[in-house]
Design a protein around this ligand. Structure first.
Ligand SMILES: Nc1nc2c(c(=O)[nH]1)N[C@H]1C(S)=C(S)[C@@H](COP(=O)(O)O)O[C@H]1N2
Ligand SMILES: [Mo]
Length: 507
C-alpha cells in the first residue's frame, strides 16, 4: 500500500536526516569556538552554566581573548572541524536554508494529503495511552503491533513535539542570535531572556534533537522492524522475510552512506578552505540578501535596552597593539592621544584629512545602548557614544560616484592569518547600506567613559546590525573604496580573510 509511506514522505525524511547532520555537526564547530554556555548576557567568566573546556578564565577584563578560548574539534565530529568557525557558520547557514525549505514541503504535504492525522493526536486519550507505552518500554518490552496505526500514542506525541514544538523553537532561537534581528527587534530577543538565553535554549533543543535521533533510529530497528522497515524504506507493506532483509539492508546502508557523506564534507571543506568558502557563500548569499541584509537597526526606539541592561563584564577579542605591532599607537597612548590623528581619505578622494580626537568630539555626538555580539557566541551590552561614520565621511565632500565601500584600518594587527603569513593590519570593509544605518559610529566613549585600551582606544567602529568582527578597534585610517577584491585576500575584512567569514557581518 504505497499511500502509507509515500515518496514525498520518504524523501523529505531522508533529506531531513542529512540536513540535521549538517546542522548538528556545524553547530558543534560553532560551539567549540567558545565552548561555554550562559544565561547572563554579559558572559562573565565563572558564571557559565555549562562548559566543555577545563580552561579557567581570568576574571580580569581585557587580558584574554575569545579566540584563545576556541577549541579544535575532530573533523569526524564537527563540520568542518579544526577551528574553522567561519566555515562552520557557513555550513550552518546552508543547512538552515535547506532544512527549513524541506520542513515546509513536509508540513505542507502532511496537511495536503491528510496524513497529519497520523502524527497529530486528536484525542486526550493519547496521554494515558502514551503512558502505557512508556511503562512497557521502561520494562524493556515492546507495545504490541496493533497499537501502531501506523504510530502508537507515544510516537504521535513525540513526533508532534519534534515537528511542531522543537523545530520551531530551534528556528526561533537561532534567529534571535542574529545581530541584525537583535538590533531591530530587541523585544523579540528578550522573549528568550536575551541572546545568551536564546543561545542556551538553542543548545538544549539541539540536545533534545540528538537524543530523539538516537532513540528514533534505535527503536526503528528494535520495535517491529519487520513491519516498519519495508514500509519506510521500500514503501511496501510486506511481511515476507525477503522484504525484511532487503529493507533492513537499505536502512542500514542509508545510515552508513549519510554518515560517510557528512564526514566527507568535513574533509572536502578542509582540503581547500578558500574554495569551500566561495562555494558556501555563493549558495547562502541569496537567503542572506533576502532576509538579513535588509534589516536596519532601530536603536533608539525598538531595541528595548535600558541602562539596566548594561553589562558588568565585557569580553575582548583582539588585544591592544604591542610595542612590536604599533610603537606609534603606544606613543600616542602615552601622550593621551594629544597628537593622535584619524586619517581620512584615499585613492578616490581629492583630499586627505587628519582629525584629532577633539575635532571628532566637536562634531554631533550620537549615543545609544546596544548589545555587541562576537560571532563566536559571547555578548555584552554597553552604551556607546561617538560620531556618525557618515558625518566624518562628509568632511571629504560629496561621496565619489564610484565609492561603494569604506575601508577601515587599525593600528593593531590581525590575531592570526589563516595561511600563517606575517600578520597584517586588521581592517574591515563596510558596504554603503551599513555606513548609513542608525548607529554606525566611530565610538570614542563607552558607558560615559573614554574607550578603554582593550575596547579600541581612542576610536573604534560600531555597526550594530553586524557581528563584532566588522567593528575595527584602534582605528587609524578610513577611506572610500570602489571594491575590496584587491585588499587583503579580497574577502572584505581580516576575519573574512582569516576565519573565512561572510563579507556581511550579519551571520
Ligand atoms: N583591530 C582589531 N579590531 C577588532 C578585532 C581585532 O582582533 N583587532 N576583533 C574584532 C572582533 S572578532 C570582535 S568580537 C570585537 C571585540 O570587541 P571588544 O574586544 O571591544 O569586545 O572587536 C573586533 N575588532
Ligand atoms: Mo568576534
Amino acid at each position: 500500500m504505497e499511500a502509507d509511506f509515500p515518496f514525498w514522505l520518504r524523501t523529505t525524511h531522508l533529506l531531513n536526516f542529512v540536513l540535521l547532520g549538517i546542522l548538528i555537526r556545524s553547530g558543534w564547530e560553532i560551539l567549540a569556538s567558545l565552548p561555554r554556555l550562559w544565561w547572563r548576557n554579559d558572559c562573565k567568566p565563572g558564571t557559565e552554566w555549562l562548559r566543555f573546556t577545563r580552561r579557567k578564565l581570568p576574571q580580569e577584563e581585557g587580558v584574554y581573548t575569545s579566540l584563545m578560548d576556541e577549541r579544535s574539534m575532530s573533523p569526524l565530529l564537527a563540520l568542518p572541524g579544526k577551528e574553522n568557525i567561519g566555515l562552520g557558520r557557513h555550513w550552518h547557514g546552508l543547512g538552515v536554508i535547506f532544512w527549513v525549505l524541506n520542513g515546509l514541503v513536509y508540513v505542507i504535504m502532511l496537511f495536503a494529503t491528510g496524513l497529519w492525522n497520523r502524527i497529530i493526536p486528536t484525542s486526550w486519550d493519547v496521554f494515558p495511552q502514551a503512558w502505557e507505552s512508556m511503562k512497557i518500554y521502561a520494562g524493556f518490552g515492546v507495545p504490541s503491533l496493533e497499537h501502531f496505526q501506523p504510530y502508537d500514542a507515544l510516537q504521535m506525541l513525540t513526533y508532534t513535539g519534534v515537528v511542531f514544538i522543537l523545530a520551531p523553537l530551534m528556528i526561533a532561537t537561532g534567529l534571535a542570535m542574529a545581530p541584525a534581528i537583535r538590533a531591530r527587534y530587541g523585544w523579540y530577543v528578550k522573549l528568550f531572556g536575551g541572546p545568551q538565553g536564546a543561545r542556551s535554549i538553542h543548545f538544549i533543543c539541539h540536545a533534545a534533537f540528538v537524543v530523539f535521533m538516537v532513540m528514533h533510529v534505535g527503536l526503528v530497528f528494535l520495535v517491529h522492524p519487520e513491519y516498519n522497515l519495508p514500509r519506510m524504506m521500500l514503501g511496501v507493506e510486506a511481511n515476507e522475510p525477503e522484504y525484511h532483509a532487503q529493507a533492513f539492508t537499505v536502512a542500514l546502508g542509508t545510515i552508513v552512506v549519510v554518515i560517510g557523506l557528512l564526514i566527507g564534507l568535513s574533509y572536502w571543506s578542509l582540503a581547500n578552505r578558500p574554495r569551500t568558502q566561495r562555494f558556501l557563500v555563493a549558495v547562502t548569499e541569496p537567503a542572506r540578501k533576502i532576509f538579513l541584509n535588509r534589516m536596519r537597526p532601530r536603536l533608539a526606539t525598538r531595541n528595548g535596552l535600558t541602562e539596566k541592561d548594561i553589562s558588568e563584564f565585557h569580553w575582548t577579542n583582539g588585544l591592544p597593539p604591542t610595542e612590536d605591532e604599533s610603537p606609534e599607537w603606544l606613543a600616542h597612548r602615552e601622550n593621551t592621544w594629544a597628537d593622535w590623528r584619524l586619517e581620512i581619505g584615499g585613492e578616490l578622494d581629492d583630499k586627505t584629512l587628519h582629525l584629532s580626537l577633539q575635532d571628532l568630539k566637536a562634531m554631533p555626538k550620537h549615543e545609544y545602548i546596544a548589545t555587541h555580539s562576537c560571532m563566536q557566541g559571547w555578548t555584552a551590552t554597553s552604551k556607546w557614544a561617538g560620531v556618525r561614520l557618515q558625518d566624518v565621511l562628509e568632511l571629504l565632500g560629496p561621496r565619489p560616484d564610484n565609492a561603494k565601500y569604506v575601508m577601515i584600518e587599525s593600528h593593531g594587527l590581525a590575531q592570526v592569518m589563516y595561511d600563517n603569513r606575517p600578520r597584517e593590519p586588521f581592517y574591515a570593509v563596510i558596504p554603503l547600506a551599513d555606513i548609513y544605518e542608525e548607529g554606525t559610529i566611530l565610538a570614542y566613549e563607552r558607558n560615559g567613559e573614554p574607550l578603554e585600551d582593550h575596547l579600541g582606544a581612542p576610536l573604534r567602529l560600531r555597526v550594530e546590525s553586524n557581528h563584532g568582527y566588522k567593528m575595527v578597534k584602534w582605528v587609524r585610517k578610513i577611506q572610500w573604496v570602489e571594491d575590496y577584491a584587491h585588499i587583503g585576500d579580497g574577502r572584505g575584512g581580516t576575519r573574512e580573510d582569516s576565519a573565512m567569514q561572510a563579507f556581511n557581518g550579519r551571520i
